[in-house]
Write a protein that binds this ligand. Structure first.
Ligand code: GUN
Length: 305
C-alpha cells in the first residue's frame, strides 16, 4: 500500500503536524471515519522522497495486545474462551504456512484453535457436514476454511455453509452483502488490515483519490467498499473517490489514475514515489492475521449478530 510523496512537509501534514500541501483544493475536513490515534511504527531514512515504511509487524503487535486484553476481560466476566476452528484441505505449502501463522497468533492472544486437516480429495458434502457441525457447536466462536480449495469443491458453497455469525473470514454472502450496504458485518481480514493501516497511521481518506489494483471479491472489492463509502453510515467508510483497476484497465489509463491518486493500494514496489509504504514481508500480512483474530473475538462476543 502506498501514499504518494510530495516532500516532507506533506508527509508531516498528513500526520497532522503541518498543513497538507496536497493537490486537493478542498479545505481540510475531518474524516468521519478518520484517524483515531496516529501510529508511530515508522521507519524513515530521512532522505527526501524516500518512502516512510509503515511496519505492519509493529502495528499488528499493538493490535494483538488490544485483542489479548479484550479476550482476558471477556473471560474474566465468566465467558467461554474464544475458539477458532480452521479447516485445511490438501497440502498446499503456502496454505500450511498461513494456517500455522494463524494458529500461532491465536495462541499468543489467548484464543484457542483447532486444525481440521482433510485430504485434497475430500468431498464437498463432507466439508459441508464439518461446517454444519461446527456451526452448531457452542464451543466454536469462529470458523475458517483456508482457500484455495481443490477444483471439485465450490468455494462459494463452502463459504456460504459457514454461519454468518461464525464467518471470521467475512466471506459469507450475508457478510459481503452487509459490507456492501454499509452495515456492521464481519469484514474480510485483508480489507480490514488495509483500513487499519491507513486510519491508525493518520492518513486522511476524506475526499481523496484512491486506486485499488485488483477486483477480487475477497480483497480488492472489500477494500474499495470500505474506502469509498460514507463516513457517517452504520459502518463508517473512508469517503474517498475510489478507482478499481484490473487486468483489462489499459496501461495508459492506469498511469493517469495512479498519477491522480493520493493513495494506491497495490502489491507492487513504488518506493521512490511513495510517501508511505508497507513492506513485504512485515506489512499487510501480519495485520491480516491480527484482523482475523479481532473478528474471532467479535464473533465470540456476538457483537455483530
Ligand atoms: N487464502 C489466502 N488468504 C486467505 C484468507 O484470508 N482466508 C482464507 N480462508 N483463505 C485464504
Amino acid at each position: 500500500m502506498t501514499v504518494p510523496a510530495r516532500g516532507f512537509s506533506l508527509l508531516r501534514g498528513r500526520l497532522g503536524r503541518v498543513p497538507a500541501l496536497g493537490r486537493s483544493t478542498a479545505p481540510p475536513v475531518r474524516a468521519p471515519g478518520g484517524p483515531r490515534s496516529a501510529f508511530r511504527g515508522f521507519r524513515s531514512s530521512g532522505v527526501r522522497h524516500e518512502a516512510i515504511i509503515i511496519s505492519g509487524t509493529e502495528m499488528a503487535k499493538h493490535i494483538q495486545k488490544e485483542i489479548k486484553q479484550g479476550v482476558e476481560s471477556w473471560i474474566s466476566l465468566g465467558n467461554r474462551r474464544p475458539h477458532l476452528s480452521i479447516i485445511l484441505v490438501g497440502d498446499n505449502p503456502a496454505s500450511k504456512t498461513y494456517v500455522r501463522n494463524k494458529i500461532r497468533a491465536a495462541s499468543a492472544v489467548g484464543i484457542c484453535s483447532e486444525l481440521i486437516l482433510k485430504p485434497k480429495d475430500v468431498s464437498q458434502e463432507e466439508l459441508l457436514d464439518i461446517t454444519d457441525q461446527l456451526n452448531m457447536d457452542p464451543r466454536v466462536s469462529g470458523i475458517l476454511v483456508q482457500l484455495p480449495l481443490p477444483d471439485h469443491v465450490d468455494e462459494r458453497t463452502i463459504c456460504n455453509g459457514i454461519s454468518p455469525e461464525k464467518d471470521v473470514d467475512g466471506f459469507h454472502i450475508i457478510n459481503i452483502g452487509r459490507l456492501c450496504l454499509d452495515q456492521h458485518s464481519l469484514i474480510p481480514a485483508t480489507a480490514s488490515a488495509v483500513w487499519e493501516i491507513i486510519t491508525r497511521t493518520g492518513i486522511q481518506t476524506f475526499g481523496k483519490n484512491v486506486v485499488v489494483a485488483g477486483r477480487s471479491k475477497n480483497v480488492g472489492m472489500p477494500i474499495a467498499m470500505l474506502l469509498h463509502t460514507d463516513g457517517e453510515h452504520e459502518r463508517p467508510g473512508g469517503d474517498a473517490t475510489v478507482t478499481i483497476a484490473h487486468r483489462y484497465t489499459p496501461k495508459e489509463q492506469l498511469k493517469i489514475h495512479t498519477q491522480l491518486a493520493d493513495i494506491i493500494i497495490v502489491a507492487a514496489a513504488v518506493k521512490k514515489k511513495a510517501g508511505f509504504i508497507t513492506p513485504v514481508p512485515g506489512g499487510v500480512g501480519p495485520m491480516t492475521v491480527a484482523m482475523l483474530l479481532k473478528n474471532t473475538l467479535l464473533a465470540a462476543k456476538k457483537i455483530i449478530y
